[in-house]
Design a protein around this ligand. Structure first.
Ligand code: GLU
Length: 470
């Protein structure tokens, strides 16, 4: 029988969902989907001074946007204190943990002393053998780490990593105010939630031997571990704000498609031959730990931008039209609640998607389709709206007004006949027209441009352009 896979994403809500967290969530999600397993979301909010509801909302929002729905949860650790307490009590009763009354000042003193003597900075075990409680002091609870031997982490990505037990501290598992600490809660929850695979950033690798000792103390089977390589900035330093936006929602704001970001994130550490663009179904099908690299991954914003463009090109126009609406509002092209003909917008989007790297760029280019009027680029105006083009524009205007069928093929015929009559190249008419219609010299093909813009707007703008030439 194959084992039922259960994985979890366990963010601490002390900040927004960032690139590294999103990648961890994604690898968990993909592995669950690949194995027909369950993806659990657990909010590790025991650090009450730094955790906020706003960050929890932001994490949920980011995951939702990326399409990483959880099958169970979100659970919140602050709602589970009773459970942790029971586990701490068990360890106390079995003599595997002890009360420690050493004050922070005392510990600091000893730390300094150890440092000056070049000794390891770990708790000296003073309270391990204490018989009587110290009156008037709320103790912390420490876990008795073994002092000899090794703890071996068998990692699906890193391979075998050994830790000397004498380096491991007698871990504080409960603070003096009675609240549990990270290493305890994470193990209790992973046991309680029957997690089979722990997939997380390798910044947690040093915690794993401590957690393995807790599993052992509780007598539980150890899950499998997969520690993901770090994500670095282009300067090879750990990815941080210095390298640009790191929160997932910032990528929404910048006009990225969630599919593009997912595709980008998965390639931070994982590969499949030299394929770069994957559908979600392909990712689910191909995902495995064998293809996760050991080396740190480097975050490359240009590649993300490139991928985003690929996704914009390949996304059905109807969906792009829907996605671009909030950006049209943000760019001031339309006002909120303004009715937009979606069928028309899809058509307009189709003419622009090849030249848009983000939804913001797409929204900005849509401006000349939607706005009542255009503003001329001064250089373009000077070069193309002048005496030489005036006659052509007048003739074009007349031609447009008398067309019976208004479509790309008919438009082409009209342009061609005017060009032939005046013995000029098509561009001599197209470029001034383009400036008249868009204000600049860059746009989709002139016929599709006019077709999408419609006769009324086109004629009005050409009239205006003629007017400026006087
Ligand atoms: N809450 C931890 C963090 O946000 C993750 C714990 C884990 O995955 O084991 O870094």
């Amino acid at each position: 029988m194959t084992e039922k896979v259960r994985v979890r994403f366990a963010p601490s809500p002390t900040g927004f969902l960032h690139i590294g967290g999103a990648r961890t969530a994604l690898f968990n999600w993909l592995y669950a989907k690949n194995r027909g397993g369950t993806f659990v979301l657990r909010i590790e909010d025991t650090d009450r001074s730094r955790s906020t509801d706003e960050y929890i909302d932001a994490i949920n929002e980011g995951m939702q946007w990326l399409g990483l729905d959880s099958d169970e949860g979100p659970f919140r650790q602050t709602e589970r204190f009773e459970i942790y307490k029971k586990y701490v009590d068990t360890l106390m009763n079995e003599g595997k943990a002890y009360h420690c009354y050493c004050s922070p000042e005392e510990l600091e003193e000893r730390r300094k002393e150890a440092m000056s003597q070049g000794k390891p900075l770990k708790y000296n075990g003073k309270c391990r053998s204490l018989k009587e409680p110290v009156p008037g002091v709320n103790p912390v609870v420490r876990f008795k780490m073994p002092r000899e031997g090794q703890t071996v982490v068998d990692d699906l990505i890193k391979g075998t990593v050994s830790f000397e037990n004498e380096q491991l501290d007698d871990l504080i598992i409960q603070r003096s105010d009675g609240t549990p600490t990270y290493n305890l809660t994470v193990v209790v929850d992973d046991v309680d939630m029957e997690i089979t695979h722990i997939i997380r950033g390798d910044d947690h690798l040093n915690n794993t031997p401590k957690q393995l000792q807790l599993y052992k103390a509780f007598g539980y089977d150890v899950p499998k571990f997969a520690h993901l390589p770090m994500i670095l900035g282009s300067d090879k330093a750990r990815l941080s704000k210095r390298h640009g936006a790191t929160s997932v929602t910032a990528y929404y704001d910048m006009g990225y498609l969630p599919e593009a970001l997912v595709n980008y994130l998965v390639r931070l550490g994982w590969s499949y031959g030299d394929q770069e663009v994957f559908t979600k179904d392909e990712l689910i099908q191909y995902f495995s730990f064998e293809n996760v690299g050991k080396a740190a991954a480097v975050f490359n914003p240009e590649k993300l931008l490139w991928l985003n463009q690929q996704y914009i090109i390949n996304t059905p126009p109807e969906r792009l039209a829907e996605l671009v609406i909030p950006f049209l509002v943000k760019e001031g092209v339309i006002v909120e609640d303004q009715a937009v003909n979606m069928q028309w917008l899809s058509k307009a989007v189709t003419t622009l998607k090849e030249r848009s790297r983000t939804l913001i760029e797409l929204a900005a280019s849509l401006r000349y389709y939607i706005a009542e009027d255009v503003e001329y680029d001064e250089k373009a105006k000077k070069k193309f709206l002048n005496e030489k083009s005036r006659g052509l524009l007048v003739e074009l205007k007349k031609g447009l007004q008398s067309m019976t069928e208004f479509n790309e093929a008919e438009l082409k015929k009209l342009f061609t006949s005017i060009a032939e009559k005046h013995d000029v190249k098509l561009g001599k008419i197209a470029q001034p027209t383009r400036v008249a219609l868009t204000g600049g010299t860059q746009s989709p093909g002139i016929f599709e441009l006019i077709d999408v813009l419609g006769r009324e707007k086109t004629v009005k703008r050409i009239e205006k352009a003629i007017g400026t030439i006087q």
